[in-house]
Design a protein. Structure first.
Length: 232
Protein backbone atom coordinates (compact mmCIF):
# COMPACT_ATOMS: atom_id res chain seq x y z
CA UNK A 1 0.00 0.00 0.00
CA UNK A 2 1.45 3.45 -0.91
CA UNK A 3 2.65 5.44 2.05
CA UNK A 4 0.19 8.34 1.64
CA UNK A 5 -2.78 5.98 1.34
CA UNK A 6 -1.71 3.90 4.33
CA UNK A 7 -1.16 7.03 6.40
CA UNK A 8 -4.82 8.04 5.97
CA UNK A 9 -5.88 4.84 7.74
CA UNK A 10 -3.81 5.59 10.82
CA UNK A 11 -4.62 8.06 13.57
CA UNK A 12 -2.20 10.73 14.74
CA UNK A 13 -1.98 8.80 18.02
CA UNK A 14 -0.80 5.64 16.24
CA UNK A 15 1.77 7.55 14.19
CA UNK A 16 3.24 9.38 17.19
CA UNK A 17 3.25 6.12 19.15
CA UNK A 18 5.16 4.38 16.34
CA UNK A 19 7.75 7.18 16.23
CA UNK A 20 8.23 7.35 20.00
CA UNK A 21 8.53 3.59 20.39
CA UNK A 22 11.09 3.34 17.59
CA UNK A 23 13.24 6.17 18.96
CA UNK A 24 13.02 4.72 22.48
CA UNK A 25 14.12 1.32 21.23
CA UNK A 26 17.03 2.69 19.18
CA UNK A 27 18.23 5.12 21.84
CA UNK A 28 18.95 7.69 19.15
CA UNK A 29 17.62 7.68 15.61
CA UNK A 30 18.31 9.57 12.39
CA UNK A 31 15.42 11.23 10.60
CA UNK A 32 15.85 8.97 7.56
CA UNK A 33 15.56 5.85 9.71
CA UNK A 34 12.44 7.20 11.43
CA UNK A 35 11.01 8.03 8.00
CA UNK A 36 11.42 4.46 6.83
CA UNK A 37 10.11 2.89 10.03
CA UNK A 38 7.08 5.16 10.39
CA UNK A 39 6.03 4.79 6.75
CA UNK A 40 5.48 8.53 6.23
CA UNK A 41 6.40 10.96 3.51
CA UNK A 42 9.02 13.62 4.33
CA UNK A 43 6.55 16.45 4.84
CA UNK A 44 4.35 14.47 7.22
CA UNK A 45 7.33 13.20 9.20
CA UNK A 46 8.67 16.74 9.59
CA UNK A 47 5.31 17.85 10.97
CA UNK A 48 5.14 15.03 13.52
CA UNK A 49 8.76 15.42 14.62
CA UNK A 50 8.27 19.16 15.10
CA UNK A 51 5.20 18.52 17.26
CA UNK A 52 6.96 15.86 19.33
CA UNK A 53 9.99 18.12 19.93
CA UNK A 54 7.80 21.10 20.83
CA UNK A 55 5.91 18.91 23.30
CA UNK A 56 9.19 17.84 24.93
CA UNK A 57 8.61 14.20 23.99
CA UNK A 58 11.67 14.07 21.72
CA UNK A 59 14.81 16.15 21.65
CA UNK A 60 17.39 16.78 18.97
CA UNK A 61 20.96 15.66 19.63
CA UNK A 62 24.09 16.13 17.54
CA UNK A 63 26.85 13.55 17.25
CA UNK A 64 29.67 14.80 15.09
CA UNK A 65 28.06 16.07 11.92
CA UNK A 66 24.95 13.93 12.33
CA UNK A 67 21.59 14.93 13.83
CA UNK A 68 19.67 12.40 15.90
CA UNK A 69 16.41 12.30 17.79
CA UNK A 70 16.24 10.90 21.33
CA UNK A 71 13.29 10.36 23.63
CA UNK A 72 12.91 12.48 26.78
CA UNK A 73 11.77 11.26 30.23
CA UNK A 74 8.42 12.90 29.50
CA UNK A 75 8.36 11.06 26.18
CA UNK A 76 8.85 7.71 27.92
CA UNK A 77 5.98 8.40 30.32
CA UNK A 78 3.80 9.44 27.40
CA UNK A 79 4.76 6.29 25.48
CA UNK A 80 3.38 4.11 28.30
CA UNK A 81 0.12 6.09 28.36
CA UNK A 82 -0.16 5.87 24.57
CA UNK A 83 0.40 2.11 24.77
CA UNK A 84 -2.61 1.80 27.08
CA UNK A 85 -4.75 3.87 24.71
CA UNK A 86 -3.68 1.89 21.65
CA UNK A 87 -4.59 -1.34 23.47
CA UNK A 88 -8.02 0.00 24.44
CA UNK A 89 -8.73 1.24 20.91
CA UNK A 90 -7.37 -1.80 19.07
CA UNK A 91 -9.63 -4.46 17.59
CA UNK A 92 -10.12 -7.84 19.24
CA UNK A 93 -7.09 -10.13 19.14
CA UNK A 94 -7.72 -12.87 16.58
CA UNK A 95 -5.63 -15.39 18.49
CA UNK A 96 -8.04 -15.08 21.43
CA UNK A 97 -11.05 -15.39 19.16
CA UNK A 98 -9.70 -18.84 18.31
CA UNK A 99 -9.72 -19.76 22.00
CA UNK A 100 -13.24 -18.42 22.28
CA UNK A 101 -14.37 -20.92 19.64
CA UNK A 102 -12.54 -23.81 21.32
CA UNK A 103 -13.54 -23.17 24.93
CA UNK A 104 -17.00 -21.61 24.68
CA UNK A 105 -19.53 -24.10 25.97
CA UNK A 106 -16.87 -26.58 27.12
CA UNK A 107 -18.24 -28.03 30.37
CA UNK A 108 -20.24 -24.87 30.99
CA UNK A 109 -17.41 -22.43 30.22
CA UNK A 110 -18.24 -19.00 28.84
CA UNK A 111 -15.58 -16.91 27.08
CA UNK A 112 -15.52 -13.14 26.55
CA UNK A 113 -12.98 -11.56 24.17
CA UNK A 114 -12.35 -8.93 25.42
CA UNK A 115 -14.01 -9.26 28.81
CA UNK A 116 -14.56 -7.38 32.05
CA UNK A 117 -15.03 -8.28 35.71
CA UNK A 118 -16.06 -6.06 38.61
CA UNK A 119 -13.68 -6.52 41.53
CA UNK A 120 -14.12 -6.34 45.30
CA UNK A 121 -13.17 -2.67 45.14
CA UNK A 122 -16.18 -1.91 42.95
CA UNK A 123 -13.97 -1.10 39.98
CA UNK A 124 -14.59 -2.88 36.67
CA UNK A 125 -11.40 -4.27 35.12
CA UNK A 126 -10.94 -5.00 31.41
CA UNK A 127 -9.00 -8.04 30.19
CA UNK A 128 -7.95 -9.36 26.80
CA UNK A 129 -9.93 -12.49 27.62
CA UNK A 130 -12.14 -13.71 30.46
CA UNK A 131 -13.28 -17.31 30.92
CA UNK A 132 -16.12 -17.95 33.36
CA UNK A 133 -16.65 -21.48 34.59
CA UNK A 134 -19.13 -22.08 37.36
CA UNK A 135 -19.73 -19.59 40.16
CA UNK A 136 -16.14 -18.91 41.21
CA UNK A 137 -13.99 -20.20 38.35
CA UNK A 138 -12.51 -17.26 36.45
CA UNK A 139 -9.44 -17.23 34.21
CA UNK A 140 -8.23 -13.93 32.75
CA UNK A 141 -5.52 -13.34 30.16
CA UNK A 142 -3.18 -10.59 29.06
CA UNK A 143 -1.05 -10.56 25.90
CA UNK A 144 1.99 -8.30 25.94
CA UNK A 145 2.76 -7.09 22.44
CA UNK A 146 5.84 -8.56 20.76
CA UNK A 147 7.10 -5.06 19.92
CA UNK A 148 6.51 -3.61 23.40
CA UNK A 149 9.36 -1.96 25.26
CA UNK A 150 10.20 -3.25 28.73
CA UNK A 151 8.68 -0.23 30.48
CA UNK A 152 5.43 -0.78 28.56
CA UNK A 153 5.43 -4.47 29.48
CA UNK A 154 6.09 -3.83 33.17
CA UNK A 155 3.34 -1.21 33.28
CA UNK A 156 0.83 -3.56 31.62
CA UNK A 157 1.84 -6.48 33.80
CA UNK A 158 1.62 -4.48 37.04
CA UNK A 159 -1.85 -3.20 36.20
CA UNK A 160 -2.92 -6.72 35.26
CA UNK A 161 -1.73 -8.08 38.63
CA UNK A 162 -3.76 -5.49 40.53
CA UNK A 163 -6.85 -6.40 38.50
CA UNK A 164 -6.28 -10.14 39.10
CA UNK A 165 -6.06 -9.66 42.86
CA UNK A 166 -9.13 -7.41 42.95
CA UNK A 167 -11.23 -9.92 40.99
CA UNK A 168 -9.86 -13.09 42.67
CA UNK A 169 -9.28 -14.55 39.20
CA UNK A 170 -6.53 -16.85 37.94
CA UNK A 171 -4.31 -14.98 35.51
CA UNK A 172 -2.23 -15.87 32.47
CA UNK A 173 0.24 -13.45 30.91
CA UNK A 174 1.67 -14.14 27.46
CA UNK A 175 4.99 -12.30 27.22
CA UNK A 176 7.60 -12.05 24.43
CA UNK A 177 10.41 -14.54 25.02
CA UNK A 178 13.14 -11.88 25.18
CA UNK A 179 11.55 -10.30 28.28
CA UNK A 180 10.25 -13.52 29.84
CA UNK A 181 12.93 -13.74 32.60
CA UNK A 182 12.19 -10.18 33.78
CA UNK A 183 8.42 -10.68 33.80
CA UNK A 184 8.66 -14.06 35.55
CA UNK A 185 10.97 -12.62 38.22
CA UNK A 186 8.50 -9.81 38.84
CA UNK A 187 5.60 -12.30 38.94
CA UNK A 188 7.40 -14.53 41.46
CA UNK A 189 8.23 -11.54 43.65
CA UNK A 190 4.65 -10.29 43.69
CA UNK A 191 3.18 -13.75 44.31
CA UNK A 192 5.59 -14.27 47.23
CA UNK A 193 4.30 -11.04 48.73
CA UNK A 194 0.62 -11.84 48.24
CA UNK A 195 -1.11 -15.21 48.51
CA UNK A 196 -4.12 -13.66 46.73
CA UNK A 197 -2.21 -13.35 43.45
CA UNK A 198 -2.22 -16.35 41.09
CA UNK A 199 -0.51 -15.73 37.75
CA UNK A 200 1.17 -17.95 35.19
CA UNK A 201 3.64 -16.34 32.76
CA UNK A 202 4.06 -17.98 29.35
CA UNK A 203 6.56 -16.92 26.69
CA UNK A 204 6.19 -16.73 22.91
CA UNK A 205 8.55 -15.84 20.09
CA UNK A 206 6.27 -15.03 17.14
CA UNK A 207 2.61 -14.85 16.15
CA UNK A 208 2.37 -18.53 15.17
CA UNK A 209 3.89 -19.61 18.47
CA UNK A 210 1.51 -17.29 20.31
CA UNK A 211 -1.49 -19.09 18.82
CA UNK A 212 -0.17 -22.42 20.07
CA UNK A 213 0.76 -21.33 23.61
CA UNK A 214 -2.48 -19.39 24.09
CA UNK A 215 -4.55 -22.47 23.33
CA UNK A 216 -2.36 -24.88 25.34
CA UNK A 217 -1.87 -22.66 28.40
CA UNK A 218 -5.48 -21.51 28.54
CA UNK A 219 -6.92 -25.01 28.45
CA UNK A 220 -4.35 -26.16 31.03
CA UNK A 221 -5.19 -23.25 33.33
CA UNK A 222 -8.88 -23.95 32.94
CA UNK A 223 -8.40 -27.61 33.93
CA UNK A 224 -6.38 -26.49 36.95
CA UNK A 225 -9.20 -24.20 38.09
CA UNK A 226 -11.69 -27.05 37.67
CA UNK A 227 -9.51 -29.41 39.73
CA UNK A 228 -9.27 -26.84 42.53
CA UNK A 229 -13.03 -26.37 42.45
CA UNK A 230 -13.61 -30.13 42.84
CA UNK A 231 -11.15 -30.33 45.75
CA UNK A 232 -12.84 -27.44 47.57
Amino acid sequence: MPRDRYQKHRSNLEIMFTILRYVAREGEAKKTHILYHAGLNSRSLERFLKKLVQSDLLKIAKNGGNIFYTITPRGRRTLVIMSRLITLLSSEKEVLKDIEKVVNGLDGAKVEVPGAITGASGLTHSFDMVIHRGKNGKVVAKIIDLEALLEEAVDEFSRFCIAVMDTSAKGIVFAPSHMLPRIRTLANSLQSASSELSIEVVGYGNDDELKHVVRTATLSRLRHVEDQRKEA
